[in-house]
Design a protein around this ligand. Structure first.
Ligand SMILES: *Cc1c(COP(=O)(O)O)cnc(C)c1O
Length: 451
């Protein structure tokens, strides 16, 4: 029985799959934070190159991947698809469990799939420097790597709590040539304002985004890059799901359920959307997004217009949100800490096309350790949410005596996350209550959009 399903380099997808033509209805407009009216694509030109803005709004189902990007993809793509024989045995489940492993990229996660094309299009447009935020450090290191390929400078605003907890992510970004500031930083107005309010601020993704957007908007040669949430980021990630479909065909199976962890939505969508295309064409396949209980945008948020960042500088989008100034609990092990969710995933959840579930940290780490014992790879803490979801599906199949086919995304490895494993193994990892009060307060400050 095969364990790995591998493709050749010629089978790296030639196109990205754009889900927009397969959406169940029109997209909600994107709103200008100043006028509270719909924005035009040109309004985004100070922070993104036109080529990426065009991808953001494109209604073409297939968009060609430029050869220089495919060339770089060849360094780690196609990524392997595994059958989790040993995990199945450990669970005693009749389910067939498969996982698509994105941890073989140089940065250790799926994120370079979008970092590389974003750097490429910026290089073509004459950008000299990219500014970005990073939470757990995965996106910052992926963009640093991508900028290195194309000779761009890279500035990363790293959420302070991660900057302190994950010093080696910072080293990795610096090794690949980036400049890294803990956020809030004294570099920007947004950062200075936050520090004036609370000099001890842990920071948040929403705040780090404000700093990076401000940096890009105030420097002519600098653009901004976002690692998740936006349509074009999700577009780039669909290489994973397209490969997984070919690999499932090699295995002679088709998934009953596709599972991914969910922060801003790019990793989940990258795997799930090519299957959603089949679903839109009438095929039976469930899609399940797994998120942390301490930052539960899809399961506890409001589906409403909200700012993408804390300083209200970036566009407003309709999405599941916990409120743009929601600060998730400061001490945490994983990423997946954005206050909102991708507008595409949000619309699909609202339309009942995608299911969502929230898990506390400890059950996720328990799943990650079982996975490391059976399948050997040390999962990224983010990915452990998908593993928890897959294990629960496999255990349900066992209860029901059903031979279910489960595919999940192992979005990255956790070898730079050992501090989190230390905390779990020594019994010091806290499960935070769902911060109901903080979320209610924050949701009271949503913009009043009337379109
Ligand atoms: C960033 C990251 C995620 C979350 O991706 P989103 O696009 O924000 O949902 C999941 N897993 C790993 C390993 C990551 O680095």
């Amino acid at each position: 029985m095969e364990t790995k399903f591998l493709l050749g380099e010629s089978q790296i997808p030639t196109h990205w799959y754009n889900v927009i033509p397969d959406m169940p209805g029109p997209l909600a407009p994107v709103i200008h934070p100043g006028t509270l009216k719909p924005i035009a694509p040109q309004d985004l030109a100070p922070i993104f190159p036109m080529s990426l803005i065009e991808q953001e709004v494109s209604t073409d189902r297939w968009i060609a991947i430029p050869e220089p990007v495919r060339d770089i993809y060849r360094l780690w793509r196609p990524t392997p698809l595994f059958r989790a024989h040993r995990l199945e045995k450990a669970l005693g489940t009749p389910a067939h469990v498969y996982y698509k492993y994105e941890g073989v990229s140089p940065a250790g996660s799926h994120k370079p799939n979008s970092a590389v094309p974003q750097a490429y299009y910026n290089k073509l447009a004459g950008t000299k420097r990219l500014a970005t935020e990073t939470g757990a450090g995965q996106w910052g290191s992926s963009l640093a790597l991508a900028c290195q390929f194309f000779g761009l400078q890279c500035t990363v605003y790293m959420v302070r709590v991660s900057f302190t907890q994950k010093p080696y992510r910072k080293s990795l970004m610096e090794l690949w040539g980036a400049e890294v500031f803990p956020s809030p930083s004294p570099q920007t107005n947004a950062g200075r304002a936050a520090l004036a309010q609370d000099p001890e601020s842990h920071g948040s993704l929403g705040l780090a985004i404000s700093e990076a957007v401000e940096d890009a908007a105030t420097h002519d040669d600098t653009k901004y890059a976002l690692g998740s949430v936006l349509n074009h980021v999700i577009l780039h990630q669909t290489v994973a799901g397209q490969e997984a479909k070919q690999q499932m065909a090699l295995a002679g199976e088709y998934p009953d359920v596709v599972i991914g962890c969910h922060g801003g939505g790019s990793n989940f969508s990258g795997l799930a959307f090519p299957f959603l295309a089949d679903r839109a064409a009438g095929k039976q396949v469930r899609l399940l997004a797994c998120e942390p209980a301490s930052c539960p945008s899809l399961t506890k948020g409001l589906y409403a217009f909200d700012y993408g960042d804390m300083a209200k500088m970036g566009p407003i989008a309709k999405m599941y949100t916990l409120g743009h100034d929601f600060m998730p609990p400061g001490i945490h092990a994983g990423g997946l800490r954005y206050h909102g969710a991708s507008p595409l995933v949000s619309q699909l959840v609202a339309a009942g096309q995608i299911e969502a579930i929230a898990y506390p940290q400890n059950p996720c780490f328990e799943a990650a350790v079982l996975f490391a014992h059976s399948e050997a790879i040390v999962p990224a803490p983010e990915a452990s949410h998908a593993i928890r979801g897959a294990i629960d599906e496999a255990l349900r199949a066992k209860e029901e005596g059903k031979e279910r086919v489960i595919l999940f995304g192992l979005s990255g490895h956790g070898q730079l996350d050992m501090a989190a494993y230390d905390a779990y193994l020594s019994g010091h990892l806290e499960d935070f209550e769902y911060p109901e009060e903080k979320i209610r307060e924050s949701l009271a400050r949503l913009p009043k959009v009337t379109v």
